[in-house]
Write a protein that binds this ligand. Structure first.
Ligand code: ADP
Ligand code: MG
Length: 304
């Protein structure tokens, strides 16, 4: 189990993180979400042991994670960290990068393991390509595979799919998270993309104003967003009295209702339209199956 105990941290006098406290069990997937600059990457770096802590402690099982003051080489064998920058070796191939830290004494096993990981990140066609000739998204996939190569007990991922195009993203997410669950590898994912979280994370933490403002399952926070910031992570929402926070898909256009609005604009959304309408002199957003004409009058209900 990972234990982050009452950690407070700042690069200078200003505190970036205050009294951060949570646990992650073996094999569990925890998502850390928050706006850009909220301290997600800083928190991962602290867990990895990149900085010395003045307040609070971090443990993996019985081992206390210590910073550079105590460790000549940063990091521990049981933990791997895929940064936003990847840190790959450009002049050797994909296969060589992934196998870099695997033992040379077991060449058969090494080759088998490397092949398996290349499959997880869908890079079969690029095994023998030099990393410098890969796109950003391909490099990100090599970094993922390399982190998995030594079977860590816990993996830290910083926006792991941010450079990967939409064609590949969903299938890659499924493969990587499935691999982690099957191998009982705990995982902490810093992200601002709800698709990295929904369907994969067991729990999620919301960072804001240097603190954890919410911690629960993605389902619970999606269904009970107490703050606009939390709702905004999951989708388009409105604040409508007396209902409070209501998602666009919870407003339904009907023939007759006391709630009346005027259509301002329709945005195509794939399998539906997002209707922007004026209600009580404010903009609201309603999910609807059709496009609606500007200035047409509509009536709607809140259907929670
Ligand atoms: P996130 O990953 O959520 O976008 P970061 O953890 O990268 O947030 O950054 C949190 C805050 O810490 C930001 O205000 C950022 O400017 C600052 N920060 C990040 N890294 C450093 C550093 N090495 N030195 C000083 N300030 C930093
Ligand atoms: Mg970051």
């Amino acid at each position: 189990m990972l234990q982050v105990k009452n950690v407070t941290f700042g690069y200078s006098k200003t505190k970036i993180l205050k009294a951060i406290d949570f646990r992650v069990n073996a094999g569990e997937n925890l998502a850390i979400i928050g706006e850009s600059g909220s301290g997600k990457s800083t928190l991962l770096k602290l867990i990895y042991g990149e900085y010395d802590l003045k307040e609070g402690q971090i443990f993996w099982k019985d081992t206390e994670i210590l910073g550079p003051k105590y460790n000549l080489v940063i990091g521990y064998d049981f933990m791997k960290y895929v940064t936003q920058e990847f840190d790959l070796m450009p002049f050797i191939t994909v296969e060589e990068n992934i196998g870099k830290y695997l033992s040379r004494f077991y060449p058969k096993e090494k080759q088998k393991r490397t092949k398996e990981l290349i499959k997880v990140v869908e890079l079969e066609d690029f095994s023998n390509t030099k990393v410098k000739n890969l796109s950003g998204g391909q490099k990100q996939r090599v970094a993922l595979a390399r982190a998995l190569a030594k079977e860590p007990e816990i993996l830290l991922l910083d926006e792991p799919f941010s450079h990967i195009d939409n064609f590949k993203k969903q299938s890659l997410r499924r493969k990587v998270f499935k691999h982690l669950k099957e191998n009982n590898i705990a995982c902490i994912v810093a992200t601002h993309d709800k698709n990295d979280v929904l369907g994969f994370a067991d729990e999620m933490i919301v960072l804001h104003d240097s603190k954890i403002i919410a911690k629960d399952s993605p389902q619970y926070l999606n269904n009970n967003p107490k703050l606009p910031l939390i709702a905004s992570f999951f989708g388009e929402f409105n604040v409508i009295k007396p209902y409070g926070i209501v998602y666009a898909h919870q407003l339904k256009i009907v023939e007759h209702s006391d709630l009346k609005a005027v259509v301002k604009q329709s945005y195509f959304n794939g399998n539906s339209w997002l209707i922007e309408a004026e209600y009580n002199s404010e903009s609201i957003f309603i999910k609807h199956k059709d496009e609606l004409e500007e200035n047409s009058k509509i009536q709607f209900i809140v259907s929670l």
